[in-house]
Design a protein around this ligand. Structure first.
Ligand code: LMR
Length: 341
């Protein structure tokens, strides 16, 4: 297929010409210790937090302590809006932002935010692990960032201090969103007002009623206790939330090849584990939220779900020019592809 070849060529070209190497990593001698800082914004108990720790532990063990991944959770080093720049400048070597947060530097990533685009997590995996994932990864290379893996969180739910059943229930409410144009349009279509906030500011914004509601996965709602500030939660599963594990490409290329192999080999294992754990943890955390009974959990009826879909589906067409028609078509094809046996 023509597109195959083009993407591969672009990838190879970008990899071979990665510009000047970082002095600090270039001069690593064969025995010197290598320290890689990994900054993220969520709890250590979240799927991303647990996977970051697991990767660090495995790499430390397998390198006999030579490679240390220092993990900084909970926005302790950098918060949203800061961590991308910190990676580009080489202040940290690894981040794993929600893909929605990459849409400002590369609009094609909005594809993954489209509401009701994916029916299940297998469809997501077929897309991010296929040609489309490669294309998205390529779009970050000119910005000095390289994708090493795609990690899941899961599908988002809606929360507010009012029941959200009919699409009319959103009218006039303010919802915290991640910084992505598709998410802006999603809430506008529902008659609500989107408010972009860093993850680290969500709890206080909910507490002080700066926003009325939020969308997130049950693992984020549970680990950050957002649900305790919201009377109602709707199990809408309306959009995907996942992560790109990113490195500063200049610093990455400057690492000794055997170290990169160790890191990527271990990461492949951790990614398989993370995806299973994320699925399990989101189910368990939703059960915990239901059991605590602080929040009324509502499951949409098939008719209500259809009404939500009908309002949000046109976004695909509306955002096509920004995302790229070809990419969108390829994603449509890939998500329905049967796995190779
Ligand atoms: C959010 O900002 O709501 C999430 O992306 C946080 C995360 O990294 O899961």
């Amino acid at each position: 297929m023509g597109r195959h070849v083009i993407w591969l060529l672009v990838l190879l070209l970008s990899l071979s010409g990665c510009g000047p190497r970082a002095r600090d990593f270039e001069q690593v001698s064969s025995q010197e210790k290598i320290v890689l800082k990994f900054s993220h914004v969520v709890s250590e108990a979240s799927p991303k937090g647990r996977a970051a720790r697991r990767w660090a532990e495995l790499v430390a063990r397998r390198s006999s302590g030579r490679v240390e991944i220092q993990v900084f959770p909970n926005s302790t080093l950098y918060k949203d809006g800061e961590e991308l720049e910190a990676l580009q400048k080489g202040y940290v070597q690894i981040i794993a932002p929600a893909t929605s947060k990459l849409t400002k530097v590369a609009p094609a990533w909005q594809l993954l935010d489209l509401p009701f685009f994916f029916q299940d997590i297998e469809e997501v995996h077929r897309v991010v692990d296929g040609e489309v994932g490669q294309g998205l990864a390529l779009s970050l290379l000119p910005r000095g960032m390289q994708v090493l893996a795609f990690w899941d969180n899961g599908f988002k739910l809606m929360t507010a201090n009012r029941p959200l059943q009919s699409v009319r229930d959103f009218q006039g409410l303010r919802f915290r969103i991640m910084d992505s144009p598709v998410l802006v349009q999603q809430f506008r279509r529902l008659g609500a007002e989107p408010v972009v906030l860093a993850f680290s500011d969500v709890y206080s914004a909910l507490e002080r009623h700066k926003v009325d509601g939020s969308e997130n996965t049950s693992s984020n709602l549970y680990s950050k206790k957002f649900y305790q500030l919201q009377k109602n939660l709707t199990v809408s599963n309306h959009g995907y939330l996942g992560y790109a594990v990113l490195v500063n490409s200049r610093q990455w290329q400057a690492l000794p090849v055997e170290i990169r192999k160790l890191l990527t080999g271990t990461l492949a294992e951790v990614t398989a584990w993370e995806r299973q754990e994320a699925l399990k943890q989101n189910q368990e955390d939703l059960t915990r939220i239901r059991q605590e009974k602080e929040t009324v959990v509502y499951d949409l009826s098939p008719e209500e779900l259809e009404a939500w879909k009908a309002i949000l589906h046109p976004l695909r067409q509306e955002m096509q020019a920004e995302i790229g028609k070809e990419l969108l078509q390829e994603a449509e094809r890939e998500k329905h592809k049967l796995p190779h046996r």
